[in-house]
Design a protein around this ligand. Structure first.
Ligand code: PAF
Length: 279
């Protein structure tokens, strides 16, 4: 695996590979099995897989979140190599932002709801860095984890509005044995918080069964939030049951062919997100 730090080196290595079948996995590092599943999927579908490891400052609306975000570049490179990645791109902030990025993207309502309400500017920052990375790598396919369900909708919206010739591929959430969705932020949880965080996925997965037994949307949402309110370490930002295409809340299961429940919850000081597909 080649490790490169500049866009010029990245592009010359991609050119030397002599293929347009390039799969791309953008990451912020602190890699775990969720990321590796994206790399493996890309390796199986492309001639060359490129991964980026870059903690993007413009998508953090909370400076302390940016400061404490885990950074493990050596371990990341070893994991990427072991999963079959061809090129790892680890740029500096100056390389990606030689001057401040003042672009404001019109990402539509998918960027305004849920995370958009709680993390102002976050998705604009994601669109800034992912568009820059797409211009640099020019991948045919790009792979994202379904844990960041709303992020995928936002990136699809950005790709459509910029006419970028890249296919966005969503890959299933990878979970710990406890059910906790794998996340780089999990490393910031204390042992006690991690045990508690495992409880987030339980009402989510049980609520799917509850829905299948005939519960309505409001009842299903109440089932999930009740399940979390009993735990004093949790502070719920939102639990919303939304249509997959618009990300707007539904009141009835018949309103959309594909419906997902999305949660954001603080476990101690660490904010975690997860989701469940109902249909
Ligand atoms: O999902 C992430 O890790 C980040 O938001 C991404 C897509 C790498 C952009 O910085």
């Amino acid at each position: 695996m080649e490790i490169v730090r500049t866009i010029a080196d990245l592009q010359s290595k991609i050119k030397a590979a002599g293929t347009t079948e390039v799969g791309f996995v953008p990451t912020m590092g602190a890699l775990h099995e969720g990321h590796l599943s994206l790399i493996k999927r890309s390796v199986s579908e492309n001639v060359l897989t490129v991964a980026s490891v870059f903690v993007n400052p413009t998508q953090f609306n909370d400076p302390s979140d940016l400061e404490r975000y885990p950074r493990t570049p050596e371990a990341d490179c070893a994991l990427l190599a072991s999963a079959g990645c061809g090129i790892a791109f680890l740029p500096s902030v100056e390389e990606m932002y030689p001057e401040p990025d003042t672009r404001t993207f019109d990402l539509g309502t998918v960027a305004e709801v849920m995370e958009g309400r709680y993390r102002p500017g976050h998705f604009n920052g994601v669109a800034q860095i992912v568009s820059k990375l797409f211009y640099a790598v020019q991948p045919k396919r790009a792979y994202f984890g379904d844990k960041d369900f709303q992020q995928i909708a936002v990136i699809r919206s950005m790709v459509r509005s910029l006419n970028l010739p890249v296919e966005i591929i969503a890959c299933p959430i990878v979970r710990e044995a406890s059910g906790l969705a794998k996340s780089s932020r999990n490393t910031l949880l204390s042992a006690e918080e991690k045990t508690n965080a495992a409880l987030i996925s339980q009402p989510l997965s049980c609520s799917r069964e509850f829905m299948r037994q005939g519960a309505g949307v409001a009842e299903t949402a109440a089932f999930v939030t009740r399940g979390l309110q009993n735990e004093p370490l949790f502070r719920l930002d939102y639990y919303e049951i939304v249509a997959d295409d618009t990300l707007l809340p539904v009141k009835d299961w018949n309103e959309s062919a594909h419906i997902t429940g999305c949660i954001a919850v603080y476990c101690g000081k660490i904010r975690l997100i997860d989701n469940v597909h109902y249909k």
